[in-house]
Design a protein around this ligand. Structure first.
Ligand code: CTP
Length: 424
């Protein structure tokens, strides 16, 4: 390492059309003050040329181990890096990395790197889903390599499907999270399937109006992003959230509590944990009119009759049986009142809801909604109480996964990761 305090990022780029997106990734790293070395493969240079990479990174660029031999670049670059990111990683580079091949500067660097390595594969759906690629990804993950699952969307031609490179902003956020976690960064949730719900539902009154709430979805998105960064397979059921999709997360958009209920129950079927961070409306208008409700000539206001919506968490608890026992986590924004304090209300809610963990926010003084930080207490069904210091929603998300993970490991042996076995 040099005396410079800048984070040394090595950005490998392999030969796919998504190589152009890596240009923005270089920009994001350099604009954050990172020291970026780009290593394109020969094939990547057919898509984006050396001049572009040199101009964006401000450094000479090479693909070959035979350039700058005196500095032993094929060993030095990897050894000195704080993080190595390959975006896009083609099926070929994923295979070479899994098998330890080192026939160019990028693959040699992957063998010499002792820092976190993040691969962002991008390829056609068939190539991604091929058992060879999936086995290679599993091998890499088992060695601690972070593999961001590709997104759904437009591929090289007019076709769409799974295999698209996530957006540069998402890859950048993922890498920052890995760097932030430092030595504790790990694929400790690999092999686990988790479902997170986020956002606030909307219950339509007429074609233009709805009953809604102020949930921003930030906490749920932080939960999804952190679980993905720790290697979990994540489905995020998002109700009316306008945040960028976290890298490597499958997002299922919904609008109302009925839709959230159907979507969560569907994707939770083989999940190892479900975290209900969403704020579903408890009531909806009994009638949704097809036409806009008009002002009345006599100046009277309409009365809106409400009916209850399904309780998603309660439905999950009811469905839990011998063959499906995921860890179920609820969230509760509580205020104290004359009858009881925040925690007493929360304990009563945990007993009523019969989930495993309840993350409690004290909202007596406002705040939380839309904020970037959070203060919470995590209550467990067995009476445990973990008070967390004020911190970011990402910190809280990690604390939640730590507790979920502890519950999984207490029953280790009774289940295998991904089997949705006994978790309580
Ligand atoms: N929840 C749910 N379905 C609903 C309402 C809430 O799954 N229809 C979940 C929330 O996502 C949260 C937990 O239940 O994880 C607690 O939500 P909260 O609104 O605090 O609980 P309620 O049972 O609605 O109680 P309250 O009367 O205090 O609103």
């Amino acid at each position: 390492m040099s005396g410079s305090s800048a984070t040394r990022v090595v950005l490998g780029v392999s030969g796919g059309i998504a190589a152009y997106k890596a240009c923005e990734l270089v920009r994001r790293f350099t604009e954050s003050g990172d020291d970026v070395t780009v290593i394109p493969t020969e094939a990547a240079l057919r898509f984006v040329g050396t001049a572009t990479w040199e101009a964006l990174s401000g450094k000479p660029v090479s693909s070959s181990v035979f350039d700058d031999v005196a500095s032993v670049a094929h060993v030095a670059v990897g050894k000195q890096a704080d993080i190595v990111v390959v975006a896009p990683a083609t099926a070929n580079v994923v295979a070479k990395a899994a098998h330890g091949l080192a026939d160019d500067l990028l693959t040699a660097t992957l063998l010499t790197a002792r820092c976190p390595v993040v691969l962002a594969p991008a390829m056609h759906t068939e190539m991604w889903q091929h058992p060879a690629t999936q086995a290679n990804v599993e091998t890499l993950r088992s060695r601690g390599v972070f593999v961001i699952p590709p997104a759904h969307g437009r591929l090289t031609g007019a076709d769409t499907g799974l295999g698209r490179l996530p957006e540069p902003a998402e890859i950048f956020a993922y890498c920052r999270e890995v760097l932030r976690r430092g030595e504790t960064a790990a694929n400790d949730l690999a092999g686990r399937r988790v479902v997170v719900s986020a956002g606030g539902t909307r219950e339509p009154l007429d074609p233009v109006r709805f009953l809604g709430n102020s949930s921003s979805g930030k906490q749920g998105y932080a939960l999804a992003a952190t679980a993905a960064a720790r290697g979990a397979d994540v489905v995020l059921v998002a109700a009316n959230v306008s945040l960028p999709e976290p890298a490597g997360v499958k997002v299922v958009p919904v609008t109302s509590t009925d839709e959230l209920h159907a979507a969560v129950l569907d994707v939770a079927r083989d999940a190892d944990a479900v975290v209900m961070a969403a704020a579903p409306a408890d009531f909806k208008p009994a009638v949704r009119t097809d036409h806009k409700i008009k002002k009345r000539a006599d100046g009277t206001a309409p009365t809106i009759e409400l009916v209850e919506t399904p309780d998603v968490l309660a439905a999950l608890v009811r469905q839990r049986g011998d063959s499906w026992i995921p860890v179920l986590v609820g969230f509760a924004a509580e205020t104290g009142d004359v009858q009881a304090g925040v925690l007493a209300h929360a304990r009563a809610k945990l007993r009523r809801k019969r989930c495993d963990l309840l993350v409690v926010n004290d909202v007596s003084g406002g705040g939380v909604f839309g904020a970037d930080d959070n203060q919470a207490v995590i209550l467990s069904a067995e009476g445990g109480e973990t008070s967390l210091p004020r911190g970011s929603k990402t910190d809280l998300a990690h604390a939640v996964w730590d507790q979920v993970s502890t519950r999984w490991s207490t029953t280790e042996g009774e289940t295998t990761p991904g089997s949705a076995g006994a978790c309580r």
